[in-house]
Design a protein around this ligand. Sequence first.
Ligand code: GLA
Length: 655
Amino acid sequence: MRRSLSVVAALALAGVAVVVVAPQPAAALENGLARTPPMGFNNWNTTGCTSAFNEALVLGVADTFVSTGLKDVGYQYVNIDDCWALPSRDGNGNLVPDPVRFPHGIKYVADYVHSKGLKFGIYSSAGTKTCNVNGFPGGLNHEQQDANLWASWGVDYLKYDNCNNQDVDALTRYKAMRDALANTGRPIVYSICEWGRTGPPKVWEWGADVGNLWRTTGDISDNWSSMIGKVHTNDDLAQFAGPGHWNDPDMLEVGNGGMTATEYRTHVSLWAVMAAPLLIGSDIRSASSTTLSILKNTDVIGVDQDPLGRQGTIVSASGGLVVYSKALANGDRAVVLLNENTTAATVSTTASAVGIGGSSTYTLKDLWSKATSTTTGTISASVPAHGVVMYRVARGGANANRHEAEAATISQGVVESNHLNFSGTGFVNGDNVAGSYVEFAVDAASAGTALLSIGYANGTTTNRPADISVNGTVVVAGSVFTSTGNWDTWAVTALAARFSAGTNTVRITATTAGGNPNLDYLDAVLSAPSPVVYQAEGCTVSQGVVEANHLGYTGIGFVNTDNVVGSFVECGVWAWVPGTTTVAIRFANATTANRPMDLTVNGALVATPAFAPTANWDTWSTTSVTVTLTAGANRIRLTSTTVNGGPNLDKLTVG
Ligand code: GLA
């Protein structure tokens, strides 16, 4: 009855829970897929269109996923790229697999991949031809026919490129394939490969409505400067990523030989902290032990696949020493200390700077060396050239936020310890009836957002849905609690909810006759994710340019809006729970006149900040406005109301 627990499966469930709390806009894709960033393989970075791209490679990769344990740590999709088809369609207009590369056709390959418990992905372009000179006819105006063909073969993932697009609007082209895939009725992860090329609006602004992930950059190459360049483009776009919709800075190069092991560790660490897809791009049939150890680091994968689904952001950056922080579902933070220089350097930050203040001690786990240490707040390490030190930072000692189910209130059921790997002294096996519940009591020093993680096992093949309520109000109806494969295998589902000051109750109530899954613990972290920075240059700019010709800005530049009434900058801002919060706007105004703008939230006027002179363009000032956000996606827009336009805008800090 069990499917073996994959990291992806466990996190998918958690992602669903989060989405229920903070729904996507109605137009969002909502195909239920890619609740965590996709993991798998794509041949492009190792073979391109050479003859090495063939059936033996793809079958061998599937075998290697199983034999090396890559499958067990979450790698799932075996994807093929350009050049799988002949240059012409057949008499019926269908694409034709290249009979030399794929003598048994593509369905045969998909069936083989599926027989290994893996999923299969394919490639095309939203144009008249794919990208490579040896490519094949693209999907433009053939969307439904091609989607139907792929669905008939059992395709689970489509990478849809941007070449030969005949200048047809990107949104139109990518929506056409979205709808064609949906019409097939087959769940197919939809990977938009538009490279962040067109717009505004940029693909990251419309991508969540259309696909599950979207390339934010041009093609990666197997060298340090290419890899770190992709990072710099992608790391400003965190607000657009979340369960089901991810920024994609391109596939991994680990194992292709152009970077050192240190650089490849940096590559994977940065992809993980950015919640990027982990698609292996080397020939893993002959992977070295070093390559496998880099790709199979489950602590690092756990950061990438964390169920909260947040993309990490830059906390500080100076002289090539950069600190990233990513909020995790259990309240921990993943922190990457990056040294972009060619000599070793010390990189330092603090627990509160990375967003996990409020404790007297913290535990640091080094996710590469596996060493654990404690600190009262300083996070500092000597970092090798082109290297990282990557920590998981937790408040206090281990499990400081944990509430064991065996100590909770149990309506009907028993505490047991007859399975492996549980936390504490046991777990709750609730009676198999609708209405049986476990209720946790959690004290909160103050009202705020709580991040809740529930540890469970479901050794059946049937979902065990439950309502999760906080203080008597259902916050997630029918959280599915899917199979974890067996009763010794535990998974985590995560959600965010509003807590009151004082004692809060979190009740998990079975809604079907199957009862609850076995429940192990509730981790409750009373802390909204720390303020989130939205760089103006990552937002939508109606009229204006991104510049970097003055001092003191953060991110990669600032927005110089056109000097006209109505020029605006609009940022998509995510809120886990509804409520009031603060938006701090950092700006410079070297003129002697105010540069007023209207600040609207979701279209409603909230404030009219004056943006008074700051003396010169290198001097930045901050104005704060209180706003009310709805759960989920919000639009904060600053619109100039005079012919002088707005000030130069550096960033919005929300929270
Ligand atoms: C484009 C894409 C690459 C790859 C090639 C194939 O360049 O961005 O990732 O798919 O096409 O031709």
